[in-house]
Ligand binder design. Structure first.
Ligand code: AMP
Length: 218
């Protein structure tokens, strides 16, 4: 089984949805840098205060900060049995730092899963996205409605629209994706680690394909 995994793709490709299902299926530690920053903002920590303005604009948080929090998290004992990185790395310096960290702690990356999706579909998904404030479960105003309007099916928490899920911030985020994150596809292709999947197929079919890959059946 592949156990140290990177999940990549543009905002709205379905990384968060697949990540939640995969970590529960394979008992992996879910390391989402976006979630870590949002938790820090909610808790009002120094990290949160620093990250907030970058995130609200759709900009990337500086590499040294992001690398620092991932390094700390990956070194924790629970990551020994496998982890799934969701939203990290997003730049070449982050990928290079991750490789070095992986060597230092003997936890190298086994596979990089790239979920691809076209721009119009990303905009449709992101502009209608709602998220549970408590547990982070994702919804969509048209295609993934909760049973009760504005209330999470799983934990009963309130649903909200992320501040960076608006048109302006989304354009900025997609720009960063194209300029800074997309070059990582070649980086990992050259290392023989990249596997690309179509994110516009149904979420269940995609999950099925990803589980086969991780089990080594594909
Ligand atoms: P996400 O939830 O992955 O869409 O991340 C939300 C926001 O958090 C991004 O738009 C960035 O502002 C910030 N962020 C998350 N991961 C990273 C990263 N690896 N490098 C820099 N900024 C990040």
């Amino acid at each position: 089984m592949l156990k140290n995994i990177i999940l990549m793709g543009p905002p709205g490709a379905g990384k968060g949805t697949q990540a939640k299902k995969l970590v529960s299926e394979f008992n992996l530690v879910h390391i989402s840098t976006g979630d870590m920053f949002r938790d820090a903002i909610k808790a009002g920590t120094e990290l949160g205060l620093m990250a907030q303005s970058y995130i609200n604009r759709g900009d990337l948080v500086p590499d040294e900060v992001t690398i620092g929090i991932v390094k700390e998290r990956l070194a924790m004992e629970d990551c020994a049995s496998g982890f799934l990185l969701d939203g990290f790395p997003r730049t070449i310096p982050q990928a290079e730092a991750l490789e070095k960290i992986g060597q230092e702690i003997s936890r190298p990356i086994d596979v990089v899963i790239n979920i691809d999706c076209d721009k119009n579909e990303l905009i449709r998904r992101i502009s209608g996205r709602r998220v549970c404030k408590n547990c982070g479960a994702p919804y969509h105003v048209d295609t993934m409605k909760p049973k009760v309007d504005g209330v999470c099916d799983i934990c009963g928490g309130p649903l909200y629209q992320r501040k960076d899920d608006n048109k302006d911030a989304l354009e900025v985020r997609l720009g960063h994706y194209v300029n800074q994150t997309k070059p990582l596809l070649d980086y990992y292709q050259n290392k023989g680690l990249l596997k690309t999947f179509d994110g516009s197929i149904g979420s269940d079919v995609l999950f099925d394909d990803l589980t086969k890959l991780i089990r080594g059946q594909k």
